[in-house]
Ligand binder design. Structure first.
Ligand code: CO
Length: 198
């Protein structure tokens, strides 16, 4: 399956338990202006919601794309000088070693934060918006916050969300907030969505 030949002209953030968050996203094969315009729209949604990363499934588009700005974490809202915007297409992770734990949140899970275990050192290989493939080595314990962001976002492309990584005890602490999101979704759509069954 390949990503759509055209992308929606208006996109907005979706929240848990929207079923689009649970789909495996499709490979991108066409690197054209439509793709680059869509990436621009993803940055707009990410900025609007003050995120450090956003994956296409979070705007209900099934394509293996995410955008990041890991430097946003360090800046005041009006300070755009601290910024490092990147586009990641068809990404994969290789040569993983070690484990690192970090407190994560997700724009699609407002108000929920929990410590998640991720790879410590790894390479990420991805294409840019013109199709050029690049490899980057990251080391979380050495200070690469970007290493956390890309692992979180890559999960989204496989229909995995950060609460899937939580222990039963951690999940218990999130139950009430998850329940509120489920209730909101049901009220807005009339359907239960894809709720966690653990
Ligand atoms: Co997320």
């Amino acid at each position: 399956m390949t990503a759509p030949a055209s992308y929606p002209s208006h996109v907005s953030l979706i929240e848990y338990p929207h079923p689009a968050l649970r789909r495996r996203a499709a490979e991108v094969t066409v690197f054209d202006d439509a793709l680059r315009t869509f990436c621009g729209r993803m940055f707009e949604v990410m900025d609007l919601n003050k995120g450090v990363g956003l994956a296409a499934p979070q705007v209900a588009v099934s394509a293996r794309i995410f955008v990041t700005d890991h430097e946003r974490r360090k800046r005041d809202d009006d300070d755009h000088s601290v910024s490092d915007r990147r586009i990641w297409i068809n990404p994969r992770i290789e040569r993983t070693t070690g484990i690192s734990a970090f407190e994560e949140g997700c724009l699609s899970f407002p108000g929920i934060y929990a410590k998640v275990h991720r790879h410590n050192q790894f390479d990420i290989v991805a294409q840019d918006e013109y199709g050029t493939e690049r490899r980057l080595s990251l080391d979380v314990d050495a200070g690469d916050f970007l290493g956390i962001v890309v692992q979180h976002e890559l999960d989204h492309l496989d229909g995995i969300v950060f609460v899937d990584h939580l222990t039963p005890t951690q999940l218990t602490l999130c139950r009430r907030k998850l329940g509120e999101l489920e209730k909101n979704f049901k009220k807005a759509t009339g359907s239960a969505g894809s709720i966690l069954r653990r």
